[in-house]
Design a protein around this ligand. Sequence first.
Ligand code: FRU
Length: 496
Amino acid sequence: MNRYTEPKYRTINDAKENELDQLQAKSTSSTWKPAYHIHPGYGLMNDPNGLAYFNGEFHVFYQWYPFGPTHGMKHWAHVKSTDLIDWKRLPTAIVPVEDYESHGAYSGASIEVDGELYLYYTGNIKYSAEERSANQCLAIMDKDGAIRKYEQNPIIEGVPEGYTGHVRDPKVFKKNDTYYMLLGAQRSNLTGAIIVYESSNARDWSFKGELDLDLNLPDTCYMLECPDYFELNGQDVLVVSPQGLEPEEHAYQNLYNVIYVLGELDIENLTFKVESHHELDKGFDFYAPQTFEGKNKERLLFGWAGMGEMDYPSDKEGWAHCLTIPRKLDIVDGRLIQKPARELEKLRAEPAKGEFSLSQGSTEIGAASYQYELELSLESIESEIFGLRLFSSETEGLVLEFNRSEQTVTLNRENFAETFGGEYGFERSSKLEIGDKVDMQIFVDRSIVEIFINGGELVFTSRVFPHKESTGINVVADGKMNVNYKSYPMSCRNSL
Ligand code: FRU
């Protein structure tokens, strides 16, 4: 087989002497590196992979290219924790050195089988710059944490008829003694689909067919990446990352987007009856999330706080991207709600608190810190237009603006010296029912902000790369409202 190779397609095993230390040293001095968010030591991180609470520990794997902030040869990096906040780096879990994964160990998920953690991933194959194929592969982590590649890899060789080489991101789950694998796929007519394999032992797989998902996705949708499936409060939930959706006035404004679908899955008959679907996150940088079952059987989610095909300001420091904080999912009134995992409260230090009423103008509530959590409630709102300016200084600021007459909320990140991604616009917006009260829980960590509105009904995840002195928080209104806040400095317990 004549495989396409490029010099940049090196694995970590080919690192030259001191090369990795130099990469680490270059990115260590960065002022933008998050403290309490999972991030790469150096190189580029993208999707979270293989998430699990296994044998008393949380495991997070992620897509990683060690040699620079580019989407090169992907490895699976690995961190673990006993409490979701105190993360520790482990040796690279999957290094793509085999022929069946010649161009990277792409994304996938995990499931516990007979006391071991099965890590499914896609062996990416490129024959030329345009031609590719995909193998589905398995690595197994035993209860002592040792990871080995399955000796009979690949477990699925190539792609089924009717699909292009874009078949990837296995998600495995078990129903009635049968294991099912969902894969993101592209049909030969270049539209996106989800295909299904089945197995009785989680190792030998046979093709079952395509999932009939009556989502009415437009023909412009050319790929569905990273399918995830779970049951929550008696409902079936599918989370998927479609590519090629057209932007709408208040939705799908990123190059790639993420949707969740509520409904009913009949996996035997390959149907998913859709009750509703919505965009999962409204910010600029959120893609390829995965969920897993936590310690108390709750459903937790991590997303990649990044976007493909875009340069980020931290690239020049030799690293790119981070994950979101862990979020606990719930379904309320037919909507998927995301809340910060409770464990994060352990990072809080004594808060600065205050209460005041604002009649018109702007009041600084001051954070004077680069990593904090802000709880804010706005009450008795008589203002039409009100909101916040975060990372604020004389010259910079991230603007969150609520508009009551339009019932919208908008995030604007244009006002920074280090702007990026402008080709996709500097504003993201959403519809929101705005009455006389709005609650927010905001997590700021140097270059990432996650804004949870009204108990997680709406979330904006975004990266910003501010000057060091841009740490202010301003509350702004064109009319009256009461403001109540607590701002907690957040400590960092991980050793990333
Ligand atoms: C999503 C994705 C996946 C793929 C991985 C490669 O961001 O494109 O479909 O497996 O990234 O890094």
